[in-house]
Design a protein around this ligand. Structure first.
Ligand SMILES: Nc1ncnc2c1ncn2[C@@H]1O[C@H](COP(=O)(O)OP(=O)(O)OP(=O)(O)O)[C@@H](O)[C@H]1O
Ligand SMILES: CC(=O)C(=O)O
Ligand SMILES: [K+]
Ligand SMILES: [Mg+2]
Length: 580
């Protein structure tokens, strides 16, 4: 039977809640008359008779679309479905909604995980975002991956976003003539050159992507592959060829990054000549726009200008698209302009791989913490990437140190963790994902327990952004949710902004975010604590709530008596409701 909402409810109108939180901020804004209504049996909501007719229920029995248990035979009607996937459902039900994982997981897709079945295993294992790296793979290859992910979303109710990562134009090696790797031994002489050889690469010769490669290099400089995985010293320059002697032996991987060091410092001259977005990158970006990817992550960002330029390019090429631009922080230049870059972007990535090749390794942890905090202040999602579980490329369990590293990211409350080689070409992609999931869950719980008696204070919003009324409503709602130990926060949001602000407050309970389009839903799937749903809601909050309660109860994701705190784009209010 359809429930009616009759349990105790408390409704705080905007003027009450806002004024109570921070009166001075709102003096200029006209608000409705202040009132606080607390009622028992409050007739706030009508019973939901029309719920089922507002929901699309596909026939396929294996889909995860919500299907109220008493109406299994209804089929398509006029609006979009509200979907939930197996992974979310299991996580919500396993230990109760409050223990749902908050930290999101990005998986890089490579030869190991590009098939439909492998992608499905990652989806079921909790992947929130699939990353394709344009350093590798053709457009055709990447298109297949995108198609598979789309199919999983459509058929199985997942909300997996696609992130396209640009190659960027830093100096890197060629593809080793198709070999998967090459071993450089101590004392061996290798040639690095701008000449290209196709598949007939002479022995101990590496082609390099940048024409000006040999120009600024001096005999005696050190050449580091992938930040020092293999090290050479330059012994001679002959025309376009740079002759080097190997001083730290190791494995050379295709397209590995190259940096030059002189007297202990990075030689930056040639990097300065390279555009952040190369002509190849622009073609890849056109491809990404055409494929409708959700995020474009820009490698080796140097300034805010390039982000602004890309955002206006996307807006002009595809005005209706909702592609978010993520700034990858992985160079000395990006550190110099961090504030402006992050402000101009829709999110950031701490790309520790290349970052660690440009700054001394011992500086990487403090830089990571600084970027994570800044992103939180500026309300931008942040991903921490690279080498989180590097040993799991080869081994089925991580090192203790890797677990400690992942724990630290979770403790810092970054939005997302990222797998690179572990999921792209490692032997244990599913196990690596499971480690990220279980460490996240455990550390999140530990942090919540630890702060039980601490007072709640979200970080101040930086003076360079103003979150205004919505920001204060969200902070207030999170505060109330923590105090009352609510089961969940609900947010009805058209653009996703209100959900982001709630996520920023890092509340103790999960945030169920209802968005009208699947593209907003996917985009929200990168952010801490958000459980995004696609729901075609109206301006009538009463009916939205009736509908949502009915659907979530039918699925067993909430139950009568649960305490829910509700906010929305449409009303400047915080509602406190017991699920009927
Ligand atoms: N599409 C792909 N095809 C083949 N190999 C891939 C692909 N994507 C990733 N890989 C492999 O996985 C490794 C790690 O992936 P990752 O995306 O982190 O790349 P990367 O080369 O380290 O560059 P970046 O700095 O852009 O992350 C790569 O070095 C490569 O060997
Ligand atoms: C992810 C990436 O690009 C890096 O760590 O360098
Ligand atoms: K890249
Ligand atoms: Mg990188």
């Amino acid at each position: 039977m359809t429930p009616s909402i009759t349990s105790q409810s408390l409704r705080l109108s905007s003027s009450f809640s806002i004024a109570a939180l921070q009166p001075h901020t709102f003096s200029k804004i006209p608000l409705p008359k202040s009132h606080l209504r607390v009622s028992r049996q409050a007739p706030l909501f009508k019973p939901i008779s029309a719920v089922q007719s507002n929901v699309l229920l596909p026939d396929a029995s294996k889909t995860a679309t919500f299907q109220p248990s008493n109406a299994p035979h209804l089929t398509a009607v006029n609006t979009e479905a509200m979907e939930v996937d197996r992974a979310t459902e299991v996580e919500l039900k396993e230990n109760g909604s409050r223990s749902k994982r908050r930290t999101k997981i990005v998986c890089t897709i490579g030869p190991r995980t590009c098939g439909f079945d492998e992608l499905e295993a990652l989806a079921v294992g909790g992947m929130n975002v699939a990353r394709i790296n344009m350093c590798h793979g053709t457009h055709e290859w990447n298109r297949k991956v995108i198609e598979h992910v789309r199919r999983l979303n459509e058929e199985r109710g997942f909300a997996i976003a696609i992130m396209m990562d640009t190659q960027g134009s830093e100096i890197h090696m060629g593809d080793l003539g198709g070999a998967t790797s090459s071993k450089a031994e101590d004392g061996e002489i290798w040639t690095f050159t701008v000449r290209s050889f196709g598949s007939n690469c002479p022995e101990r010769t590496i082609s390099v992507n940048y024409d000006g490669f040999a120009e600024d290099i001096k005999v005696g400089d050190e050449l580091l592959v992938d930040g020092g995985m293999v090290r050479f010293v330059v012994t001679e320059k002959i025309g376009p060829d740079v002759i080097c002697c190997c001083t730290d032996p190791g494995l050379l991987l295709p397209r590995a990054n190259l940096t030059f060091w002189r007297n202990g410092s990075l030689v930056q001259e040639h990097n300065a000549m390279l555009p952040t977005i190369s002509s190849k990158d622009w073609l890849d970006i056109d491809y990404g726009i055409a494929e409708g990817v959700d995020f474009i992550a820009v490698s080796f960002v140097k300034s805010a200008e390039v982000i602004k330029h890309l955002k206006s390019y996307i807006a002009s090429r595809s005005p209706a698209s909702n592609i978010a631009v993520i700034a990858k922080i992985e160079s000395i230049d990006s550190l110099k302009n961090l504030n402006e870059i992050i402000l101009a972007s829709d999110g950031a990535m701490v790309a520790r791989g290349d970052l660690g090749a440009q700054v001394p390794l011992e500086q990487v942890p403090s830089i990571q913490e600084k970027i994570v905090q800044l992103c939180r202040q500026l309300n931008k999602p942040v991903i921490v990437a690279s080498q989180l579980l590097e040993s799991m490329i080869e081994y089925p369990i991580p090192t203790r140190a890797e677990v400690a590293d992942v724990s630290e990211v979770v403790r810092q409350q970054a939005d997302a963790l990222m797998l690179s080689g572990e999921s792209a070409m490692g032997q244990f992609p599913d196990k690596a994902l499971a480690v990220l999931r279980s460490v996240s869950l455990r550390i999140e719980k530990w942090c919540r327990e630890g702060k039980q008696h601490a007072t709640f204070e979200p970080p101040p919003i930086s003076s360079s952004v103003s979150a205004g009324i919505p920001g204060e409503i969200c902070n207030g709602a999170a505060k109330i949710a923590n105090k009352l130990k609510a089961s969940a926060l609900f947010v009805y949001t058209k653009t996703g902004q209100m959900a982001s602000l709630l996520s920023r407050s890092r509340p103790d309970c999960p945030i169920f975010a209802f968005a009208p389009t699947s593209s907003v839903r996917r985009r929200l799937n990168l952010q801490w604590g958000l459980v995004p749903f696609c729901l075609n809601f109206s301006d009538d909050m009463e009916s939205n709530l009736n509908q949502t309660f009915s659907l979530l109860k039918a699925r067993g994701l909430i139950k009568s008596g649960d305490l829910i705190i509700v906010v929305s784009d449409m009303l400047q209010s915080i509602q406190v409701i017991n699920v009927p």
